[in-house]
Design a protein around this ligand. Sequence first.
Ligand code: GLU
Length: 550
Amino acid sequence: MTTKDLADLIFPNITKTVADYEAMYPERNLKEGAKVTRYAPSPTGFMHIGNFMSATIDYVMAKQNNGVFYLRNEDTDSAREIEGAVEYIRHVLQHYNMNPDEYEYRDTQEIKGEYGPYIQSERKEIYHAFIKHLIIEGKAYPCFLTQEEMDSIREAQTKDKRRIGIYGRYAKYRNLTPDEAAERIKNGEKYTIRLKSTGDFNRKFKFNDLANGEMEFPENDIDIPIMKSSNLLPTYHFAHLVDDHLMRTTHVVRGQEWISSIPIHYELFKTFGFKMPKYIHTPLILKKDGDKIRKISKRLDPEARMTYYEEKGYPIYSVIEAIMTIANSNYEQWREGHPDAPFTDFDFSPKKMSSSGALFDLDKLDNISKNYLSKLKATEVFNLLDTWSSEYDKDFNNLINKYKDYTISVLNIEREQKKPRKDYASLSEIKGQIWYMYDELFTDVTYNFDSKYSKEDINEVLTSYFNDYYNEEDDKDTWFNKMKELTDKLGYCSNMKEYKENPSKYKGSVADISNIIRVSITTLTQTPDLYIILKLLGKSRIKERLSKIK
Ligand code: GLU
């Protein structure tokens, strides 16, 4: 029996060869410098910020030179698959306008692109053809180690402080003859397929990672499993080789945790004689925790999950900016020079990534976001708020739509001017800052009057101001002058300088007067421009509010 006979015994129905697939998925016809990147999540968990950083880098690199960004669903681990994970990944990419050029969605049966299927569990035949090829060539073999045997090998290796894995003398079945292997298979023995490694652990090779620079690794000498016996699907390593080769990926962007797999991937590509794609291993995302800096954790940190940003209502611009800022050390500087350019114009350079970890800081995100939101037009903020609240705060959504023009005017207070206010970083913060402009929300209120004002003082100011001075029609200067007139009339001081020089001479200053008015209308001691607030509320609503105080 030959290795070909053994391969036919294992894969009787596989007739296509590696060469056939090479022909079916030829080199892509792209212009020089165009990159082909992929986001290749396993649907075993919900997208976290590290995944998002990888996807963003994939997207930027592909968009820079009219390349291709595709989505591949790595679903070979069916036992760990989480319902809704794929849909969520698609949702996030859509939400951030980073739609892949090629993809496949099982639920809607959409597929786009010539290099699919893009779902690994649908590529079984392709993988089998590649595995069959290796068996024929004597570069892979069926291994009959039982779970118990492997456990005891591992135990012994741990005890003797040896490297863990099936290599050298532990690779008990690598030298079976095809006849011996075939007999066991015919007897119904369970097996996995392993690579027959030709590496030498004592030999080193150099590997250039675009982000981390040149690295040196010992060769792989482990006979890694390439096909799982449970579902006959390949292991991650083998699927990576086949897919990234056939899909003609030029750049693999993936998390740091895969660096240790480089020797395996290096050997796999060499075994087939395929050119390796370029690799960019993205840094770990870190966060400050008190005095310490530690890895961001999905378990401990809500901001590690992508759901956080949508729930809070961070604009997509802000989140992408915050990620790009930590992904590339010169991004911020570029942004200063190109304030209005789309982030895809940035010339992303893997060399400018930090290999020691990327510090993600929510304050920084808030800053970016406050700036961004402050520069939008009121109607734009309204639209964002409308979309966000329709999902996360339906009551508020009804309210802002019931009073749409009014809400836009409220959002416009101290906006669309040279130095706009920077009150909120996310859409979920807006309600807490403008609630008092809605009578529906102005119920059960507590007034923050300073205790230094007596009830009589307050009454006197309010009665006098709203009966004798306040006129809705007044322009801002007249309004302010009247406020000063009232101040002086009631024995307060309208000139702050004079007041400070001699405070005991007065009942208070103009600041006290405006403070009393502000609190009576809004309950708050600090708000944006009181003149506009009063104007927007209008006389009858003001009256209504005043009647509640007494
Ligand atoms: N499915 C792997 C993961 O989710 C992909 C790693 C890669 O991008 O190659 O970690």
